[in-house]
Design a protein around this ligand. Structure first.
Ligand SMILES: NC(=O)c1ccc[n+]([C@@H]2O[C@H](COP(=O)([O-])OP(=O)(O)OC[C@H]3O[C@@H](n4cnc5c(N)ncnc54)[C@H](OP(=O)(O)O)[C@@H]3O)[C@@H](O)[C@H]2O)c1
Length: 253
């Protein structure tokens, strides 16, 4: 696990560690955000958009030294090495980061193609998929709950319409199972956050042009993330938990 690369931050921003105080030069309070799976796709776009607006972004990815696109993003971006299926590492990062977080985006996810087809399922691969897509976000929520409580922040899990049991279509079964588990976990643990000021919710980002969504996907990653950010902005603590897409359309559980 890498510590905070302050030297890199100074170089990138041309400023000192004073930048890490609770406000920027214009006196506007900084928003502190943490994103998992931040090196490509939807996660990377979250980093670009939030950092572009002056937020302090804790960008987590599995191999920071190879995350060229992430490392090229300008702004208060601090990278952290994190595999969300390593629950001990998630917990340790929670202890390492010592500031309130306004937004945590549990975005890291895998498609599960390696699980294979029914009749020849690879259960080790299936378990790993559940570790990444279902338990990874739960571990992220648990590790950063104290940071969110301090900021009365928002926890957004990037789920999928494929995790909707109401819409189950009989394909991508392992992936769908993992996202249904994520949706249920959020609903099941939501009462833990009653009266804490923390809002939590799962979101479907649309069918997005990323490595996972493929080039035929319907939604540009910029539009998906812009929409998701609007949804996150509107999250309210204590509101009934709903599964919605990046445009705010409700999806049946
Ligand atoms: N694209 C779509 O159409 C679509 C639709 C519905 C939901 N989603 C969800 O949106 C989220 C982002 O997907 P995407 O489209 O941006 O996919 P992507 O381009 O394939 O990116 C996936 C990201 O998750 C990271 N990741 C995978 N396993 C990880 C692990 N064990 N620990 C930490 N990071 C891990 C990847 O890191 P590496 O580079 O290290 O692999 C990568 O940064 C996922 O949760 C996905 O299920 C996507």
């Amino acid at each position: 696990m890498r510590g905070f690369p302050f030297s890199r931050l100074r170089k990138r921003n041309g400023s000192s560690c004073a930048k890490w105080a609770a406000s920027n030069e214009k006196g506007k309070p900084l928003t502190a955000i943490l994103i998992t799976g931040a090196n490509r796709g939807i996660g990377l776009e979250f980093v670009k958009q939030y950092a572009g607006e002056g937020a302090r972004v804790h960008a987590c990815c599995r191999v920071p030294e190879k995350a060229d696109a992430l490392n090229a993003v300008e702004g208060d971006v601090v990278t952290h090495k994190l595999d969300v299926s390593d629950f001990g590492a998630v917990k340790a990062l929670g202890k390492e980061i010592d500031e309130p977080l306004d937004i945590v985006v549990a975005n890291a996810g895998a498609g599960g193609k390696d699980v294979g087809e029914f009749g020849a399922l690879d259960y080790d691969a299936f378990l790993h998929l559940l570790a990444v897509n279902t338990l990874g976000p739960v571990a992220t929520l648990e590790a950063f709950a104290p940071h969110l409580k301090k900021a009365k922040g928002k926890f957004a899990a990037i789920s999928s319409i494929l995790g909707s049991i109401a819409n189950a279509g009989g394909f991508a079964q392992a992936y769908s199972t993992s996202k249904a588990g994520l949706n249920m976990a959020l609903k099941a643990y939501a009462p833990v956050f009653a009266d804490t000021g923390v809002a939590i919710a799962p979101f479907h980002p649309g069918w997005v042009k990323t490595d996972m969504g493929g080039p035929e996907a319907a939604v540009a990653v910029e539009d998906s993330v812009a929409g998701l950010r609007e949804r996150i902005e509107k999250m309210k603590p204590g509101a009934p938990l709903r599964l919605t897409d990046y445009q705010g359309n409700e999806i049946g559980w």
